[in-house]
Design a protein around this ligand. Sequence first.
Ligand code: PBG
Length: 325
Amino acid sequence: MHLIRRNRILRQTPAIRAMVAETILKPADFIAPLFIVEGTNVQEPISSMSGYYRRSIDLTIKEVKELWVLGVRSVLLFIKCDDNLKDNRGTEALNPNGLMQRAIKAIKDACPDIIVMTDVALDPFSVYGHDGIVEGTEIVNDPTVEVLAGMSLSHAQAGADFVAPSDMMDGRIIAIRDILESNGCTRTGIMAYSAKYASCFYGPFRDALDSAPGFGDKKTYQMDYANRIEAVKETLMDIEEGADIVMVKPAMAYLDIIREIKNEVTVPVSAYHVSGEYAMIKAAAQMGWLDENKAILESMTSIKRAGADLIATYFAKDAAILLNA
Ligand code: PBG
């Protein structure tokens, strides 16, 4: 044969492949979600998230310091609220001495440079496990947005660098920006879960926080997985309303959406590799059916290649260790 182009030339050796690789992961690409519980010296395994834990603030700080040394630069905080503090309006979410607010302060005191992002939604605080206030069988939008704005301000005042509303209510980004501006919080960013789908892949997370919806599902606020154009609409609106970073969630089953959005916007795009996506890899690896470390790096690279600038993932620490090796 006399070929003009031999594509295998660029795949011949590890050095050549590294030279022409289009997508390079780095530890700072990752956002590490952390589940926080009351107490001291507490580290509770989560049965559906093998190798992942709920930790008290003191052990969370230890974890944050380890992440920092590995090159991970941001954490996303979720708290597990005691049952007796739950109600319909998420009252505890606004408690200036609540677990979230104490966790933010403690982490920023111990590791001031790490970027602290906080989940903003009512589900961990809701007796109904819904992201908003329930009236009858409805999740009511506008009263919920008021609470989300108050919650965001409270996180900002505790020292959060970014608030991350994950609730999918209409108009919450502008409401959050407004309240931050009105209170002089001009350095607090908003990472909006803009295209968040109603997904079965959140199952293990709801075990972790005991936040499964008590009735119905989340389809009146989270997006229908049949839709692509709607994701662009949601995302562009969030940017107009003031979002600094937008997010697609889940990640692996939505790589097309990540790319679509990356092509449409000029703000950083994040993707959330969610609990069920983590659990699938863990389970298959435990069965000996795939190589966990290779699955982690291939999955993360695919998400970045699709267009994600940032990846929230329960594999943040593992991936950072692999990349530093
Ligand atoms: C709730 C929230 C969920 C996740 C992040 N924030 C679950 C849900 O919407 O029911 C899911 C994260 C995961 O599965 O890893 N506001």
